[in-house]
Ligand binder design. Structure first.
Ligand code: SOE
Length: 353
């Protein structure tokens, strides 16, 4: 079977989704896997029928393997930069999970390497493939809301809430994750805003940690939490629209609730992952007469993350693929949120203040 030969790095929880998505596209073959966890490497190696010589503890050796055409990286945040650096140096195209890096300081050297030697790269901002968000982008581009004046984006999950007594995992470990809800879910909100409205110009933000310590299953003790449970910020976009954002992983009752409302001079739209194949469009049908329509998303807006990854590897043009520079720009906004919260002031995005 012809197809792109994939090396998988990071064999933890999310990897099974990626294995499923790769299989669903049909034109990929996983030929190597890497993880420092021996049992995870053995289990996935057996699952995929990989020979021993294609099971790597060291991801650098997988990236260097001539049988690997492209890399899919599904690791915790603190390894993202090193994997992208190795892919860039080896000229290996890649799909890397979000957020781009653990902290912004890791992003600058990557950009320097990329500018020296660009390599096709995709970042896992998967909500660009939520049909309702992609259709919202089409309606906005077609001017169906008129001048966009304001918007709100929220991304709520409930798994970190107090009643769950959620144990201390890597997503709460600042040395691994950098930030908490901000980098995990906030990076998706930021990418959705860039996907729909373009670049950020300025923002003011606040971060909060609601649960100051969590039980560590490894020691039976409690660990002080240094990352955020909640983030809110307001932003002015370069195109003039203003937006408000909030995200929490402590929102009791929320599963995976990512949604946007857009308010223009000629109409309003609402789109949510809770109803991914439809969106609500409200407009004035006649003077003083509002029409509220529930629109079914057309098939042309139902593309997939791995369909675009395949197109990228085949050199086929795509629309709205989240690439290396989308990852870098996203990290700039994450850094602006951190700076604004720390300095208790509004900050410009991307420019040194
Ligand atoms: C967090 O719970 C998480 O798994 C994120 O890390 C993913 O990016 C998001 O798509 C689903 O929720």
């Amino acid at each position: 079977m012809n197809g792109h030969r994939i090396g998988l790095i990071g064999l933890g929880g999310m990897v099974q989704s990626h294995i499923r998505w790769l299989a669903a596209e049909g034109r990929f073959r996983v030929v190597a896997a890497s993880d420092v966890n021996e049992s995870a490497l053995a289990a996935v190696g057996d699952q995929l029928g990989l020979p021993a010589e294609k099971r790597y503890a060291d991801f650098a050796r997988l990236i260097a393997d001539p049988d690997v055409d492209a890399v899919v990286s599904v690791t915790p945040n603190h390894i993202h930069a090193a994997i992208m650096q190795a892919c860039l140096e080896a000229g290996k195209p890649f799909l890397g999970e979000k957020p781009f890096t653990r902290v912004f300081e890791e992003a600058a050297p990557l950009l320097a390497q990329y500018e020296r030697q660009p390599v096709a790269g995709m970042i896992g901002f998967s909500y660009r493939y939520t049909p309702a968000f992609r259709y919202a982008r089409e309606l906005l581009r077609d001017g169906r809301l008129g001048e966009v004046r304001s918007f709100s984006i929220q991304y709520l999950q409930g798994w970190g809430a107090a009643p769950n007594n959620t144990p201390y995992i890597w997503r709460f470990n600042k040395d691994i994750t950098g930030t908490g809800t901000l980098g995990d879910l906030g990076s998706h909100m930021i990418d959705l805003a860039r996907f729909l409205f373009g670049e950020f110009a300025e923002l003011s933000a606040q971060l909060r940690t609601f649960i100051p310590e969590r039980p560590d299953p490894a020691t039976g003790g409690m660990v002080r939490i240094e990352v955020d449970d909640f983030v809110s910020f307001q932003a002015r976009m370069a195109g003039g629209a203003v937006g408000v954002f909030q995200s929490s992983r402590n929102a009791i009752g929320s599963g995976n609730q990512h949604e946007v409302s857009v308010y223009g001079d000629a109409g309003t739209l609402h789109a949510t992952t809770l109803d991914p194949d439809r969106l609500i469009w409200i407009r004035e049908e006649a003077p003083g007469q509002l029409a509220r329509a529930v629109l079914d998303v057309p098939e042309r807006c139902k593309t997939t993350q791995y369909g675009d990854f395949l197109a990228m590897l085949d050199g086929v043009p795509t629309d709205g693929l989240p690439d290396f520079m989308d990852g870098y720009r996203n990290q700039e906004v994450l850094d602006a949120v951190i700076r604004s919260d720390a300095e208790k002031r509004a900050v410009r995005v991307g420019a040194s203040d």
